[in-house]
Structure formats: structure tokens, C-alpha cells
Design a protein around this ligand. Structure first.
Ligand code: 8Y4
Length: 278
């Protein structure tokens, strides 16, 4: 599998790759365009690239459980200067984590390569931006909205329902003009799922791989690890790495993580088992 990126570039997914999460300075101190915040983002990006990340995921909206919505102006001021700065300095693949059409469009204009949308291009104008730009898109499943999604999520069959949603969204995007080969699927770990729903999805991740599109798995530091092990976010690295290995064994192609160095080592071992050590 080969993703077609802007400016004649490609990203091979013949072997799994690691997507590093860029932590932007939180709202309360942040003014997006300020030198110190850009500098911190550049340092963190350089570290993740040196540690073996293939994609840098940049987001200005908090989609954590309970989080409030972020205004368009705030989101733009957080991510656009940082994408510009990274694009100037590094020849890396950049994904923009947003659901807003305007943010997608401006981010792609200044150098973003992939749309990572936890709302699967369902917001006004988002699908149109994806079609016009022809960049790869990650379609993620979420039940409910971030503020309330963890209040007793219910499914009859979580694997089947999430699969059905992703197939419907993929079909709809293809009909609208998105290249089928540029669609990435993501079950959305932690997005309106109980602890057991998350582990059912991980156990059955092969079923998503069998849909024939690249699969992204984002479990890093999430409550499916913290609640199982009774550990705070800062102590979830080992559990997160275990989840990454299991995802690679199931055939997932993109692993979204905070701890790039440790995950890249583990993913390389799992990849050698799965695809050979060449
Ligand atoms: C601790 C640290 C606890 C982080 C929770 C979190 C995904 C995603 C997120 C995902 C895709 C998060 C933007 C949630 N998760 N995009 N984004 N897939 N495609 N929570 O699973 O990291 S944000």
C-alpha cells in the first residue's frame, strides 16, 4: 500500500509506521505564534523524527473525554504557525488532526500532507476539502461527542457497528471523489467505548485490516491502559507499547503514539516477525 501525498511524494505502508503525537503547549499559556511555542514544537518534532517517527500528527483541538470545543480562531492560531515552521525545517510527513474544513484547508496550504479527522469528514465542508486537495484521510469512529462520549457507551456488537460505520463513511467519501487508496480506517479507541469495548476492538483488529484499507491504531496512554493497570497517564508507556505490538500483529499499518523511541523499537521487532527481518 502506498499513500499519495501532495507535491508528488508518497508514503509506503508495506511495513507499519509510527505516527508521533506533537503535544502543543496548552491553551492557558499558549499564543500559538510565539517563538517559544514554535521552538518547543520544533525540538519535539526533531526528537520524534530522530527516534524513527514517519508521520508527525499536529492537533489544536482537545478531543480528550470531557473536553470543551475549541473556536476556529484558536485552533488556527495554534496549528498553522507550527505547521509552517515544521515544513520549513523538516522534510517529514505531517498530518493535521482536525474536524474543521477551514483548518484542514489552511493546514494543507502551508504544508500538511494527511487529514486526521476523529469525526470522519462529517463536519460542514470537510469532505469537500478532502476531495479538492486529494490528500490521504484518516476516518475515525466515535460514538457521541468528546464532552459526553464516555458516559456509559452502549453497543450491541461493537466490532460490527464500528466496522459498518467506517465502511459507510469510506463508501460515501469515495462516491464524493476521495481516492479509495487514500483512505485510512481507525476504530477510534477510547472514543465512546468502555474498557471492554476497547479490548474487543483490539482483539478483532484483524477484521478492520481485512476491509482492505490501511488501519491506524491510537491507544497511546489512553484509559484502556490506565484503567486496566490503575496508572496515571505518565506511567502508561509499557502498556501502550504492548498495545502497539498487538496492533502490528493484527496487521495495522499506522501506530499513533506519544513515546516514539520505545514504540519504534517494539514495532520493529513485531514487524520482523510479521513481515520478515529484511
Ligand atoms: C492520555 C493521552 C489519555 C491522550 C488520552 C489521550 C486518536 C486520534 C486522538 C486516535 C486518530 C488521545 C487525535 C485522544 N486519538 N486520531 N486523536 N486516532 N486517528 N487521548 O485514536 O490521544 S486524541
Amino acid at each position: 500500500m502506498l499513500l499519495q501525498l501532495p507535491r508528488q511524494r508518497t508514503l509506503s505502508l508495506d511495513k507499519p509506521v509510527v505516527m508521533g503525537i506533537l503535544n502543543l503547549t496548552p491553551d492557558s499559556f499558549s499564543d500559538g505564534g510565539k517563538f517559544t511555542h514554535i521552538d518547543a514544537a520544533l525540538r519535539q518534532t526533531e526528537q520524534m523524527l530522530n527516534d524513527g517517527a514517519s508521520i508527525i500528527d499536529i492537533g489544536g483541538e482537545s478531543t480528550r473525554p470531557g473536553a470543551a470545543d475549541v473556536s476556529l480562531t484558536n485552533e488556527l492560531s495554534r496549528v498553522i504557525p507550527i505547521i509552517k515552521a515544521i515544513r520549513q525545517r523538516f522534510d517529514c510527513v505531517i498530518s493535521i488532526d482536525t474536524s474543521k474544513a477551514v483548518v484542514m484547508s489552511e493546514a494543507i496550504q502551508v504544508g500538511a500532507d494527511i487529514i486526521n479527522d476523529v469525526r470522519a469528514l462529517q463536519e460542514e465542508g470537510a469532505l469537500e476539502v478532502a476531495v479538492a486537495s486529494q490528500v490521504p484521510v484518516c476516518l475515525m469512529h466515535m460514538q457521541g461527542a468528546p464532552r459526553t462520549m464516555q458516559h456509559k457507551p452502549v453497543y450491541q456488537d461493537v466490532v460490527q457497528e464500528v466496522q459498518q460505520f467506517l465502511q459507510q463513511r469510506a463508501d460515501h467519501c469515495i462516491a464524493a471523489g476521495v481516492q479509495a487508496s487514500n483512505i485510512i480506517l481507525d476504530p477510534g479507541f477510547g472514543f465512546g467505548k468502555s474498557l471492554n469495548h476497547n479490548y474487543q476492538l483490539l482483539q478483532q483488529l484483524k477484521q478492520f485490516v481485512a476491509m482492505g484499507m490501511p488501519v491506524l491504531a491510537g491507544m497511546s496512554r489512553k484509559s484502556m491502559i490506565g484503567d486496566l493497570l490503575n496508572l496515571p497517564a505518565g506511567q502508561r508507556m509499557i502498556g501502550s507499547v504492548a498495545c502497539a505490538v498487538i496492533a502490528v500483529q493484527a496487521g495495522a499499518q499506522i501506530i499513533r503514539v506519544h513515546d516514539v523511541k520505545e514504540t519504534v523499537q517494539a514495532v520493529k521487532v513485531a514487524t520482523a516477525v510479521q513481515y520478515g527481518a529484511e
